[in-house]
Design a protein around this ligand. Sequence first.
Ligand code: MG
Length: 377
Amino acid sequence: MKRIAILGSTGSIGRQTLEVAAHLPDRLQVVGLAAGTNTSLLTEQINRFHPRFVWHSRAARTDLAGGQEGIAWLPLEEMVIQPEVDLVVMATSGKAGLGPTLAALQAGKQVAIANKEVLVMAGELLLPWRGQLLPLDSEHSSLWQCMMGERIEGISRLVLTASGGALRDYSVDQMARVTPGEVLRHPTWKMGKKITVDSATLMNKGLEIIETHVLFGMPYDRIGVLLHRESIVHAMVELVDGMVKAALSLPDMRLPIQFALTYPDRLAGLAPRLDLRAIGRLSFAEVDWARYPCLGLAVEAGRQGGTYPAVLSAADEVAVEAFLRGRLRFLQIGELVEAVLADHRAAGRADLASVVAADTWARAEAGRLVERALERV
Ligand code: MG
């Protein structure tokens, strides 16, 4: 029995993690739940899974109806280090996940991590605990599974696939005029808004390249991207002898989630089975890096290291938020991120304080540039 705490339980990954837990009641026990603002769903989850520990952003326990006896209301950093917690599912988004992730790792917990911002902004800080991090993202789970049984010297390259997002068939002119509604219609995955916009700019793939570097220690010149419209092949591992291992499945996050939670065991799961006859055809193509400036910006920030990935991630968050509110045009997302990165002066070695300071600086700088862009309209 593995006892899990889910941070971000009402979001897309959190909800699917609970589906997996409900499917494997003999293997997984939900002991902690934490959610932001969705009080009604959190109430349902509490009544169904009876966690011992709960955190809720508004601390409005009176909003949560019924069935709360015996629950301890704990701050996230305290919840994740409880002796009753074996594994933490980091399913929040944004930098609020940073403190709890570090606390859990320092306490020796396994952390199944879907939070991109934490891996990207604090990648270098997490290196001492790399062995306790379990990937949840489909691409990184696939890389992890393909690398099993291989020695690192035998691996020549890691390749991530990208669906191309909602605008993959748009001309650059069309991209310039696109609305948030169009961008949010992802062709193959159903996800939160921020990541869906990031999929259209390919910033998501750029962040995933940085995550790949952090999780597996692979140098940037040995991490590649391939356009793959069907989202069936999630990642590939090229071996030095020329053999390529690929991981295939239907796009369903419950599969990588379950693998992280039951690792090293494999159990029958909830995801529908892949029928390649029904898919018929798998296509692959080179990514046009000029069309997706965010991809290059991410790789460059990753190579620079230090506080640059934190600046990239924070600037992108502000830019995407401004786009979703109709305050920036789509192509301005990349322009804004580029401008903030260009203004950044790195502060020597990255420690927690400098990473947090870089994040704060980048948000303010990005906010200032959004205002300036609005004045010009
Ligand atoms: Mg992904």
